[in-house]
Write a protein that binds this ligand. Structure first.
Ligand SMILES: [Ca+2]
Ligand SMILES: [Ca+2]
Length: 326
């Protein structure tokens, strides 16, 4: 079914010696407080496809500058030069740029370019993932983790002991660093509840139209996460329509913290690019080891076994991610 990958464990040893020391200290600011932070991810990937490929790549080289004019007016700008290499349609290294207003006690208003509130894993920090790459909901369908220009209201409050976090945004609908191509604005809404600290459940809905032809772009997702140290279990289910094509994806992940240095993780990830026709669905089973070097500085080794609904081909993937956050 799939070829066996050659040993690449030597990469792990090379990467482990490359850790930089973290930057820490005050940054002089023109007005208000300013903070500089960032994330560097260096990947080695071995893709055992029809034409096997192996390569080093900069997965992320994020630099985030954020600050507050006062406690009610916050701002941030994040650039990632590596992402332009990863995806030429991005046009610019600009990731996030925006202002957050917190003039109301229970509500915040974000304006600018930022992640659309849809899904769960896609909105989690890239530095905190259990795997080197997100599930297909984000990495293939781009329904979660996607950025756009617009505005969003969000809140965070409690009803009894239940924590509630609603998000409601309107966006251009064309994705990051792009002008709108129609007059309609897309709507994204997400509602998350935490009945107990360990349990998070949520639903998301996105409704919009893309491009001058106003192709339908609508999807709905459910999320659940249960974290009881040292175990975390989570998954998402999403279905939607891109143009005239119906799509479906779901995944279930489990992670287990062995100690402060090692954790292991496994994921089953199903994605069907056209749920009206058979033969085009894929299922990835990923097994991973995380080696914590210092806090969020870590080494991740992932093996992805990919299965096809119809014709089986060689396309397993080995991924190695060395990341440093500062
Ligand atoms: Ca639009
Ligand atoms: Ca299908």
């Amino acid at each position: 079914m799939k070829k066996t990958l050659t040993s690449v464990s030597v990469i792990a040893g090379l990467c482990a010696g490359m850790v930089c020391s973290a930057f820490a200290g005050p940054v002089e600011s023109g007005l208000g407080k300013t903070k500089v932070s960032g994330l560097l991810q260096i990947h080695y990937t071995y893709d055992n496809g029809a034409n096997p490929m192996n390569m080093f790549r900069f997965r992320r080289a994020e630099v985030k500058v954020s600050g507050e004019i006062n406690p009610k007016i916050l701002w941030n700008v994040t650039i990632d030069p590596a992402q332009v290499n990863e995806d030429v349609t991005r046009k610019s290294p600009l990731q996030d740029a925006g202002v957050t207003l917190k003039h109301c006690k229970y509500m915040a208003l974000d304006l600018g370019q930022f992640k659309v509130p849809f899904g769960m894993e896609g909105l989690d920090s890239s530095a905190r993932l259990d795997f080197a790459e997100r599930a297909a909901l984000s990495s293939v369908f781009k329904w979660s983790e996607g950025r756009d220009l617009g505005m969003m209201l969000r809140s965070d409050f409690k009803i009894g002991d239940v924590k509630i976090m609603p998000f409601l945004g309107i966006f251009n609908g064309e994705g990051q660093n792009r002008a709108d191509l129609n007059n309609g604005k897309d709507i994204a809404a997400r509602l998350v509840a935490m009945p107990i600290t360990a349990l998070q459940i949520g639903v998301s809905h996105y409704n919009g139209k893309t491009g001058a032809a106003e192709a339908e772009n609508t999807h709905t997702a459910g999320e659940i996460r249960y974290i009881m140290d040292p175990i975390s279990l989570y998954g998402e289910y999403a279905t939607g329509k891109a143009g005239t094509t119906n799509k479906l994806t779901y995944y279930a992940s489990a992670a287990y913290k062995i100690n402060d240095i090692f954790s292991v993780a496994a994921r089953y990830d199903f994605y069907d690019a056209n749920s009206d026709t058979s033969g085009n669905a894929l299922a990835d089973i990923t097994g991973g080891i995380n080696y914590i070097i210092d806090g969020l500085t870590k080494l991740q080794l992932n093996y992805v076994s990919r299965s096809e609904e119809s014709l089986s081909v060689s396309n397993d993937i080995f991924r190695c991610n060395l990341q440093v956050t500062y």
